[in-house]
Design a protein around this ligand. Structure first.
Ligand code: DHB
Ligand code: FE
Length: 284
């Protein structure tokens, strides 16, 4: 039986991909950022996930105003790193997990989540920067990835409650898959940041830290935060944080937070990162 064993949250700040690609990630000046991922790099080598369900948002790369899917799941064999205007990142092609992805898609649609099915797309920094932060510089990504793209760019985004419910649906679906797989789910994006407009540069540390605290046990209460409230409190792009609720919804009610890292600022963003392991209870 497949099992979702743990969840991970991380920002996806493009600057960090650029630093890694230039070979500068061990430069002392970036240590306060990258040191917070040392634990994670060791942990993931021990965990050896077979598949990561990577919840992310596309930044007008694979999708633009012509087509804006609310929830899109990658059922393809592979996804190339996108050219976002300065050449594709020199990172490996992302290998999909089509069988599991189709299984999850079928189950989700039967559960009432009208997923958009994507067989071909390039993946931008929203997906590749989290992979680089966790796995570092590698020849091949060490696991398969199911991209799950969420619209956080064009109003209206899905609600937090819907994201929590989708997470629960993903868990139910994954656990019906007969192959023995160690699956992780990652929620990415955020934390507070606003890239454009009068409030560009906005960071709200108090809001971010309260979000991280509530995510562990009081996550149901985060489900009512509207997109407008995210934008008001944490900046326009702070609304990416709703994706962390999909990750949280897919885990057990009880989790152990085994790691947390928060650093302000990185580029224009408050960087947040944490790891949850499911607390396994008999009968759960
Ligand atoms: C930055 C952060 C993002 O989430 C993003 O998508 C693009 C840029 C930044 O802080 O520079
Ligand atoms: Fe972003």
């Amino acid at each position: 039986m497949a099992k979702i064993t743990s969840g991970l949250g991380t920002s996806h700040i493009p600057l960090l991909g650029h630093i890694i690609d230039k070979g500068d990630s061990s430069d002392e000046k970036w240590a306060p950022i990258f040191d917070g991922y040392q634990f994670t790099k060791k942990w993931i080598r021990e965990q050896k996930p077979d598949v990561v369900i990577l919840v992310y948002n596309d930044h007008a790369t694979a999708f633009d105003m012509k087509v804006v899917p609310t929830f899109a799941i990658g059922c393809g064999e592979e996804y190339r790193p996108a050219d976002e205007g300065y050449g594709a990142r020199p990172v490996p092609t992302v290998k999909g997990a089509p069988e599991l992805a189709w299984h999850i898609t079928e189950s989700l649609i039967k559960q009432g989540f009208d997923m958009t099915i994507v067989n071909e797309m390039d993946v931008d920094h929203g997906l590749t920067v989290p992979l680089s932060m966790v796995f570092g510089e590698v020849e091949e990504w060490p696991c398969q990835v199911i991209p799950l793209a969420v619209n956080t760019v064009v109003y209206p985004s899905p609600t937090g409650d819907r994201c929590l419910a989708l997470g629960k649906g993903i868990r139910a679906a994954a656990e019906q898959f007969s192959e023995d797989l160690n699956i992780q789910i990652w929620g990415t994006g955020g934390m507070s940041h606003q890239l454009l407009g009068e409030r560009a540069g906005l960071i709200n540390q108090e809001w971010d830290l309260a979000f991280l605290d509530d995510l562990k046990n009081d996550y149901e209460k985060l489900g009512v935060i509207s997109q407008v409230e995210y934008i008001r409190e944490s900046g326009t792009e702070g609304s990416e944080m709703v994706m962390w609720l999909i990750m949280r919804g897919a885990l057990n009610q009880e989790v152990n937070e085994i790691h947390r890292h928060y650093h302000v600022p990185v580029s224009n963003t408050a960087l947040g990162h944490l790891i949850y392991e499911n607390v396994d209870k008999k009968g759960e």
